[in-house]
Design a protein around this ligand. Structure first.
Ligand code: SF4
Length: 473
């Protein structure tokens, strides 16, 4: 496979045509993604709607602008995401009911998007289609969310960031996890796998459970598993039916920190590989020549948008990327992050991986030392999904008038002169025509002086003066 083209604009903005929304549309056209949309096509825009209280996910305006562009092209857009595994006892997107509520709270609704927001894999997450992938490196089948598989065209609109399990959360993960149904996610997460599954590879330490009397919150150990695989018997001993583990991840944060099970690194490595196979299955379901990719490398948090929080970005904004190749576009983003310096105060600085050339995601995003930020990319290259060899093509800014407010393109006098005569907004009849009651002149320079300059350096609050929580009592 030869080099793939990746189209890119940096994140600087000084005008409406260099706004990040305009740049997203500009690279969409430059990469010829517009050619993927035919009149009457049902076009899925796959996003990540963000977990409850996450704040790094893409602003809904990007999906809205893309939906508007697709409508211009004659397509019928819908924005979609899928139900998640019950990866936390308190997840917010595990059913259609929950994900629609969370998506609305995060700003994704038909009112904001100008098109429907759809949970692509049904009410519980079992609405899917099985896809054979004999080319797969690890997976030989995948379960693709129905609404994505049924779409005529798929635009994968990805917030490029880190991921604790996947190391990077890019286009490949947006489809390899986000394009799978719930049962598809169990497959990718290695549920039931005889070598890489959590049930097979996790080291169980039942002695780490010290009995109900010594474990005030013991009930959460039984309640964290939706399959009921954790049980405390009448002798106060903990049992794990590991052979039935679906790898929903629901107990990781409960039994892991208590030392009850050692979370196996090999499980995470295998998932990173499987993601690329599952992403290939999505392309096969929709059509290999009917999928386009946009990576918005902005607010690059170390954890995925599936976390219920968002940490300081690990590198500055890297820009806006578009391609028809998910492997190439993710590789380009990883390379850009590697070239960049890390963000002060972020996890890259904490991990001393903030220099240009450092592997930022392995240091700041991965859960285990030894996970690779290119494992999914390499697998996608290996299974034929795409190419990690790419040509990065910088795209020119659009013409200044292209992305102006579209609903009325007349200049101000034509739009407002008559209205301002009818509803005069400036009171020319008051204060000798000056309109408002104000002082004629004040000492403006005095208001521009910094407090420390006026007090010989005093009154600058430094770290030693910041009160810790509770110190103000
Ligand atoms: S035992 Fe398996 S299925 Fe049950 S919560 Fe843990 S990961 Fe999920």
């Amino acid at each position: 496979m030869g080099k793939s083209n990746v189209y890119w604009m940096d994140a600087h903005s000084d005008s409406t045509e260099t706004s990040l929304v305009a740049k997203m549309l500009t690279v969409f056209d430059a990469a010829n993604l517009d050619e993927l949309v035919k009149p009457n096509d049902m076009v899925a825009i796959k996003i990540h709607c963000g977990e409850w209280n996450n704040s790094a996910y893409l602003r809904p305006v990007y999906a809205r602008a893309l939906a508007d562009r697709i409508k211009e092209l004659g397509g019928r857009p819908f924005v979609c995401d899928t139900t998640t595994s019950t990866y936390s006892p308190w997840g917010s997107r595990s059913t259609e009911l929950d994900i629609v509520l969370t998506a609305e709270r995060n700003g994704f609704s038909s009112a904001t998007l100008g098109c429907p927001f759809i949970c692509a894999d049904g009410f519980i997450g079992t609405s899917d289609i099985r896809i054979d992938i004999p080319e797969g490196y690890l997976l030989k089948e995948a379960y693709v969310a129905q609404a994505i598989a049924a779409a005529d065209t798929l635009i994968t609109l990805t917030h490029f960031k880190g991921h604790g399990m996947g190391v990077i959360g890019g286009a490949l993960k947006n489809l390899g996890i986000g394009g799978q149904s719930k049962r598809g996610k169990f497959n990718v997460h290695m549920g039931g796998h005889p070598t890489y599954g959590f049930g097979a590879a996790g080291t169980f330490h039942p002695e780490a459970f010290k009995g109900k009397a010594n474990t005030p919150d013991w009930e959460i150990i039984e309640n964290c598993c939706p399959f009921g695989l954790w049980n405390i018997d009448e002798n106060d001993e903990l049992h794990w039916s590991r052979d039935k583990c679906a790898n929903c991840l629901g107990c990781f944060g409960v039994v892991g920190p208590r030392g009850i099970v050692d979370i196996p690194e090999i499980n995470f490595d295998a998932v990173d590989v499987a993601i690329a196979d599952a992403a290939l299955a999505v392309e096969k379901a929709v059509g290999r020549d009917k999928v386009g990719y946009i990576n918005m490398a902005l607010d690059i948090s170390p954890r995925c948008d599936c976390a219920n929080h968002a940490d300081i970005p690990i590198v500055p904004h890297l820009g806006v990327f578009a391609s028809k190749d998910p492997v190439a576009i993710d590789m380009a983003c990883v390379d850009a992050a590697r070239r960049s310096v890390g963000m002060p105060g972020s996890a890259t600085e904490v991990m001393e991986a903030h220099h240009s050339g450092d592997r930022k995601f392995e240091a700041a995003a991965a859960t285990f030392h030894g996970q690779s930020e290119v494992a999914t990319i390499n697998t996608g290259h290996e299974n034929g999904l795409g190419s990690r060899d790419y040509q990065l093509i910088e795209v020119e800014r659009a013409a200044p008038d292209k992305y102006r407010f579209p609903y009325d393109r007349r200049p101000s006098r034509e739009r407002f002169r008559e209205k301002f005569i009818q509803f005069e907004p400036f009171p020319y009849d008051r204060h000798d025509g000056h309109g408002f009651d104000r002082n004629v002149e004040v000492d403006i320079e005095a208001m521009k002086v910094h407090y420390e300059d006026a007090t010989n350096g005093h009154h600058v609050v430094d770290e030693s003066e910041v009160l810790a929580p509770g110190d103000d009592d």
